[in-house]
Design a protein. Structure first.
Length: 155
C-alpha cells in the first residue's frame, strides 16, 4: 500500500496557520474540496468534528490523525498538514500538534480505510520520518519524503 496513492500536492500544506482544531480541520477539508475529492465540505467537516467529540485523534508526540468515512467523499484521500508553530489539539499527551494526517474515505471502502490508517500509524512511529517532515522546505519536499517512505515499505 502506497500512501502517495491517496495524497497529492493539492492536499499537502507545509505552513498551516490555524487558530484552533475546528479551523485546522476546516482548512484541511477545504484543500480536499478544492482537489475535487468531496462533494460537500460542510458535511465532511461535521463528520470529523463529531469524531473528535468521541475521542481526540491527537495521538501524541506532535501528531494528529483525524479520520472518518462519509458519503460525500468520492475516493479515499489523505490531506497532510504541517503546523510549524504547533497548536493545541487536545492530544492524549497534552503536547502541541505539528503534523496532521487527515484520512477520509467513502463508506464502501472502510476496509481499505482501516488498512491505510494502520499504515499511517506505523509510519508515524518512525522518529526519522517525523523529523524529516518537520524540516521539509515545502509541500513538494513533504511529498518526496512520503514517496521515499513508500518505496522503503515496498522493499
Amino acid at each position: 500500500m502506497r500512501l502517495t496513492d491517496y495524497v497529492s500536492q493539492d492536499t499537502v500544506a507545509s505552513d498551516l496557520q490555524v487558530e484552533d482544531k475546528k479551523d485546522l480541520l476546516c482548512k484541511m477539508v477545504e484543500m480536499i474540496y478544492k482537489s475535487g475529492k468531496i462533494s460537500d465540505p460542510a458535511l465532511l467537516l461535521k463528520s470529523l468534528l463529531d469524531r473528535e467529540k468521541i475521542m481526540t485523534t491527537g495521538i501524541g508526540k506532535g501528531i494528529a490523525v483525524p479520520h472518518t468515512v462519509s458519503p460525500e467523499v468520492k475516493e479515499q484521500t489523505i490531506a497532510l498538514g504541517r503546523i510549524p508553530g504547533g497548536m493545541d489539539f487536545d492530544s492524549l499527551d497534552r503536547s502541541p500538534v505539528y503534523i496532521v494526517f487527515l484520512l477520509v474515505g467513502p463508506p464502501q471502502s472502510s476496509e481499505n480505510h482501516l488498512k491505510t490508517l494502520a499504515r499511517i500509524s506505523r509510519l508515524i512511529q518512525q522518529t526519522s520520518f517525523i523529523e524529516s517532515i518537520k524540516k521539509a522546505e515545502n509541500a513538494v519536499d513533504i511529498l518526496r519524503i512520503l514517496a521515499e517512505e513508500d518505496e522503503k515499505q515496498e522493499r
